[in-house]
Design a protein. Sequence first.
Length: 228
Amino acid sequence: MIPLRDSTPSRSVPVITWLIVAANTAVFLFQLMMDNAQLEWFINNFAFIPASWQSYPFWFVITLFTSMFMHGGWLHFISNMWILIIFGDNVEDRMGPVKYLVFYLLGGLAAGLMQFAVAPMSTIPTLGASGAIAGVMGAYIVLFPQARVDTLVPLIFFFRHVNVPAWIYLGFWFVTQLFSGVMALGQVAVGGVAWWAHIGGFAFGALGYRFFTKPRPKPEYEYPVYYQ
């Protein structure tokens, strides 16, 4: 399912969400300017490689963060940024810009550590913002479960437009990640999707959002009031 928009308007300008998009865009354009040898060096040094904890523990931690701003191609980059734009503004609105930024980075950290826990000896570079964005999605499903998400559902020869509750769209997404992650356990790693990073990020967002959200403003009146 391809999301088009959600039904919940943001009450403030999502400054941090747009800055994160800008940072990802800058890094992606920087990658595009590299030749193959330079790109290989860049990925090997700044993407997250689980097995590097043995030889370079400090850089292991650094790459948990640098890898969040790297992408493997146009589809990877555009799909991640689109999802972030759709769901990030509302989560930022509820958290405030500073807490939202911390939450986003910690979501990416949780995603990387989950991937590490599943495959600690993997030498395959892991990169992308999807783990951190999964944290945003996890917070959204709890904060705005009744919001609606306009989606395009690909059928055999055409797309069907469907409007579904956010909890169904995001819940279905999470179930597919969990199913794919379980099916991938024990298989020989040859690259592909870091399913467990998505799962770890989403779980962090759904469970940890409460430590970052601002309390809802209290109504001006405690009881119903009629105006005339």
